[in-house]
Design a protein around this ligand. Structure first.
Ligand code: ZN
Length: 358
């Protein structure tokens, strides 16, 4: 091989490497993405983290799209506890899917260096659905930016389409804060869990509900953390715990960018409603069920500008992580803490001091 050929070959190889590098553009987490880009991003996450991230298909939308989530955690071979997070059950709340993607990136980033996140991913799997109401989300991009519901047709007697999926779950269904007019934005459907998207969540979570420590469903807007129940006649058995943990999460949120989030049951701080996925999750026995209503307070509403995606996600991550860490520690570190305390009691009883242990 002559020197010239060698240089020529090297240049070809170099430009091929460069082309590959250019092709792999960094995903922009601070922009809103249409559905095909989010689906592609999910596949990329699985490719980039083959040991930690797996796509799980768990249902079909009315328009026959496959509903998928990312299952994130160490494959320990043991039966694990779990955290649920869904975004985009309401189509127009674009900040929600943006948050789910940010959340996934952050926990994977933390996993690389943070022993606490490593511990949590050893003990628990995170099930994250970036866009639950895919049909509606696509419709909000293509046709009607403020579309909220899914895209199933109304009953024969009605010309409107779409059911409010967050009124369709089997939790005091159809009793309060809903409409039976299919043209309404809060139309609750023809019966509890009549909609395929609500069926998918109900079946997937319901079939392993004892594994889930935590159920977080992400919405906008209003800067609220809502606890069960939406019906004013019912109070969760662990209401005080839900409030204490929620208030501490709101504190964590405020520390990031100074935003106030209000914590409470829906009838107390927003409006009464029935058939929400949060209420269904709590009624199914999942102890820590919350609705996040992200920014803002109505200035931009559902059309939150892209320059607020980053601060909104940063503060919400802090709040979500507080709840998730509490759920984890209550289940796992409690036993360790007790064991350590017992050991100390024994050591102190026999007169061994801390310094002599080293
Ligand atoms: Zn919503």
């Amino acid at each position: 091989m002559t020197m010239l050929n060698f240089v020529g070959l090297s240049l070809v190889v170099l430009s091929a490497i460069e082309a590959a590098a250019v092709e792999r553009v960094e995903y922009d987490y601070y922009k809103y993405h249409p559905m095909p880009e989010i689906s592609k991003w999910m596949s990329q996450m699985q490719t980039d983290y083959p040991d930690l991230v797996h796509i799980v298909d768990y249902g079909k939308t009315y328009e026959k799209r496959t509903i998928s989530l990312l299952k994130i955690g160490q494959n320990t071979g043991a039966k694990k506890k779990a955290i649920w997070m869904d975004c985009g059950i309401h189509a127009r709340e674009w900040i929600a899917p943006a948050f789910c993607q940010y959340f996934v990136r952050e926990i994977l980033k933390a996993y690389k260096t943070d022993p606490k996140m490593q511990d949590m991913m050893k003990n628990m799997d995170f099930y994250v659905t970036p866009v639950l109401n895919m049909d509606g989300y696509i419709y909000s991009w293509s046709t009607n930016r403020l579309w909220r519901k899914n895209r199933s047709p109304g009953p024969a007697s009605c010309n409107c389409s779409g059911t409010d999926l967050n009124r369709n779950f089997d939790a005091n269904w159809g009793t309060i804060g809903v409409s039976d007019n299919c043209c309404s934005n809060i139309y609750c459907g023809t019966g509890p869990v009549s909609e395929p998207e609500a069926q998918a969540v109900t079946y997937f979570v319901g079939s392993r509900k004892e594994d889930f420590l935590c159920f977080l469903t992400i919405h906008s807007y209003g800067q609220l953390l809502l606890v069960p129940y939406g019906h004013p006649n019912y109070t969760a058995s662990n209401y005080q715990e839900l409030m204490d943990v929620g208030l501490a999460a709101a504190d964590a949120i405020k520390k990031v960018h100074g935003k106030d989030y209000t914590v409470g049951a829906s009838p107390d701080v927003l409006y009464p409603n029935s058939g929400s996925s949060r209420d269904w999750a709590r009624m199914s026995g999942i102890p820590l069920a919350y609705t996040f209503e992200l920014r803002d307070n109505g200035t931009f509403g559902f059309k939150l500008p892209e320059d607020q995606i980053q601060p909104t996600c940063e503060e919400a991550y802090s709040g979500a992580l507080h709840i998730i860490t509490y759920a984890h520690d209550k289940t796992f570190n409690g036993a360790v803490a007790t064991a350590v305390a017992t050991l100390w009691t024994i050591l102190l009883a026999v007169g061994v001091t801390g310094s002599s242990l080293m």
